[in-house]
Design a protein around this ligand. Sequence first.
Ligand SMILES: *[C@@H]1O[C@H](CO)[C@@H](O)[C@H](O)[C@H]1NC(C)=O
Ligand SMILES: *[C@@H]1O[C@H](CO)[C@@H](O)[C@H](O)[C@H]1NC(C)=O
Ligand SMILES: *[C@@H]1O[C@H](CO)[C@@H](O)[C@H](O)[C@H]1NC(C)=O
Length: 417
Amino acid sequence: SEWSRGATVTDMDHFFRRKRAGLVKPLLSLSLIFVSVLMILKLKLSEKDAARIKQARDASWCGSDCFPAVESNFWRINTQHAPSKRTDAQQVSNGTGWDAQVLNCSEDASVKSQPWFRHLDPRFHQFVLHRHCRYFPMLINHPEKCADGEVHLLMVIKSVIEQHDRREAVRKTWGQERTVDGKKIKTLFLLGTPTTGKDTRNLQKLIEYEDKIFKDILQWDFMDTFFNLTLKEVNFLKWFNIYCPGVRFIFKGDDDVFVNTNNLLELTAFKVEERKDADLFIGDTITKAIPIRNRQSKYYIPKELYDKPYPPYVGGGGFVMSSQLARRLFAASEDVELYPIDDVFLGMCLKKLSVAPELHSGFRTFGISRHKASSMNREPCFYKNLIVVHKLSAQELFRMWSTVHSKDLVCAQRTSM
Ligand SMILES: *[C@@H]1O[C@H](CO)[C@@H](O)[C@H](O)[C@H]1NC(C)=O
Ligand SMILES: *[C@@H]1O[C@H](CO)[C@@H](O)[C@H](O)[C@H]1NC(C)=O
Ligand SMILES: *[C@@H]1O[C@H](CO)[C@@H](O)[C@H](O)[C@H]1NC(C)=O
């Protein structure tokens, strides 16, 4: 591809120079090795599934010919020093740390005997049978994340093990841990375990290795499926309440968005000035929505499961909330039954608190223009003025980030759309 590694290295090198010049090269080469190993794994997996091959290629920096020689080295290193399963888990069961220990979440048999269950679309069986299982053991934890001084902004990003390249792009762009004007920014990725059919053991080794380098992964022992995304919400809220309650703000989003971190900091500073930060929950708010009944849709919800309008909710692609509200949200969430769509679930929790999420036009979690092909979706001057934009590949994110932060970019004015 035209987005060569060379360009990435020099751009990013320049980017990092102030903070950790000596670390950049080793980190980059390690991560490239990592990407290539993941590529090989992906390609192996996709022999069974031709459709997946394309996805794997599209989502990666380079083809399977990247670093063929280094790959075997990686495995040698890895087998010697691979952390055995769960050595990284900081299991503390005495109430001062993570106390969820349920390893075996068995089906709730009483659900099966209810009349509505017989009419329920089978795709939802798994969900309702395991709906009572809320907190899971942690496989990778970072109790120290907020230990050294006040963290102003915690960037919390939903990801899956296979999306290494996206995490890599986020770490080097908007999710970079740093201090801006005395405000400390920290980053965490939320992960579950590989879904059935994946090469679980090797993927697990890779993620443990990645975490050894970057120390920014929280992993829980539940399968990373679409319907389990709500588990990421509730487990994170509980985690935050234990380990990071002193953070000022939390940004929560997907790994395929563009975030203009400076604009986000400006927004929170403005809200603090206005003294409107206590109940702060801002994003791409959707009001008056109703459940989708089209069976083809990813967001299809059968009547048996939910038959009311949705409360106002915020698109899960990216939103910001205050720490006070996150703590109250955690308490409220414990009384709300799990719902298969995570952003709607948070809307239900907000409703319980009688907090209305604020709509802000800087959050474009459905794209700048909802017409995917529109050139507006690729116009850097919009990215300069917005806060969150959905959705970019890792390569697009790098490119857009350097364009937006380039001195050569001339935009007419700070326009709001
Ligand atoms: C809980 O466990 C941690 C780590 O095992 C230990 O440091 C701490 O003292 C324990 N606290 C209590 C109250 O037992
Ligand atoms: C999980 O627990 C149920 C009942 O408690 C038991 O029947 C089942 O065999 C257990 N499964 C595993 C994998 O341990
Ligand atoms: C969610 O994860 C749990 C634990 O891995 C699993 O038992 C359950 O089937 C998953 N639920 C769905 C709907 O995928």
